[in-house]
Design a binder for this molecule. Structure first.
Ligand code: GRG
Length: 295
């Protein structure tokens, strides 16, 4: 296993343990909700966003337990978005992370509540004093995640995505949609370590620029995998964009130009890390993984 794969596996395992501690145990009367929250958030996923939190935090020697709480909070938001995205009123998907999607395993109302519960829990975790002793830092984390996940970020992007079905969008419109829907949470994950470490504006700017290009490269690769891969490898339904007539950079540019664009973006992302030393090597490797991944 090379360094990056091992580091991603370590981040996934540590995040799984943190989520196990932070998600409510299913023993109270409302245990069905807690079961569904744990089902949606645990046991699967690449844990790439937690990896970005942990490795941006490592640049500034942030305490690992604090970084893990932020990593878990980001993964709660990501898992909520997947559970809601799979609902019949959105993407209507039966398969997620290689298992039945949350509403298929439970029911629609429970999947909605599980997503709502995960979203709120994320902010509860960030606001906890164990996340950082400085309330200004906690406040900045809460605000950053709210902007990234809310109407000015992921939820806004999802609205554009729903409207975009059966519409031909221009390249700038697709890029904006993807920046909001996918890129904003990835950007928060990449900057969170700098917030926790009270890093200089230039370091934060560099991580933001890295995440911007990383997020777009990651999303183009997702669109390529949707065409080129299968349900079993992806752990989710393949071929959905084409079936829905969705505009993506792949449908607009074609496979080869889209792949080249992803490569250029990944290389640009790596360049933005030039002001960091070898401590940023895993983040550099992540930008290459974003375009080489198989799932
Ligand atoms: C419903 C509010 C709301 C938002 C949904 C994230 C999202 C917005 C929808 C998920 C569908 C999708 C294909 C989004 C693009 C972003 C993306 C590639 C998500 C999957 O992320 P991975 O590959 O998933 O990191 P794992 O399972 O590995 O965590």
């Amino acid at each position: 296993m090379d360094d990056f794969d091992a580091a991603l596996a370590r981040a996934a395992s540590a995040t799984g343990q943190a989520l196990d501690m932070l998600l409510p145990a299913a023993r109270d009367p409302e245990s069905r909700l807690f079961d569904a929250m744990r089902y949606a958030a645990m046991g699967g996923g690449k844990r790439l966003r937690p990896f970005l939190v942990l490795n941006s935090a490592a640049l500034f020697d942030v305490n690992t337990d604090c970084a893990l709480r932020v990593a878990a909070a980001v993964e709660c938001v990501h898992s909520y978005s997947l559970a809601h995205d799979d609902l019949p009123c959105m993407d209507d998907d039966d398969l997620r992370r290689g298992k039945p999607s949350t509403h298929r395993q439970f029911d629609e109302a429970t999947a909605v509540l599980a997503g709502d519960g995960l979203l709120s829990l994320a902010f509860e975790i960030l606001a906890g004093v164990e996340t950082h002793e400085d309330p200004n830092v906690r406040c900045e984390l809460v605000r950053g995640l709210a902007v990234a996940s809310g109407p000015h970020g992921m939820v806004g992007g999802q609205m554009l995505d729903l409207q975009a079905e059966h519409e031909t969008l221009s390249a700038p419109a697709i890029t904006r949609l993807q920046q909001l829907k996918t890129g904003a949470l990835i950007a928060f994950a990449s900057e969170a370590g700098a917030i926790l470490g009270r890093a200089s504006p230039s370091c934060r700017h560099a991580l933001h620029a890295y995440a911007h290009d990383f997020g777009l490269a990651f999303q183009i690769t997702d669109d390529l995998l949707d065409i080129e891969s299968n349900d079993e490898t992806l752990g989710k339904s393949a071929g959905k964009d084409q079936a829905a007539g969705k505009s993506t950079l792949v449908s607009l540019l074609g496979v080869d130009r889209a792949r080249l664009q992803a490569k250029i973006l990944s290389e640009q992302a790596v360049k933005h890390l030039d002001l960091f030393d070898e401590k940023a090597d895993l983040l550099r490797a992540a930008a290459l993984y974003a375009i080489d991944r198989r799932a």
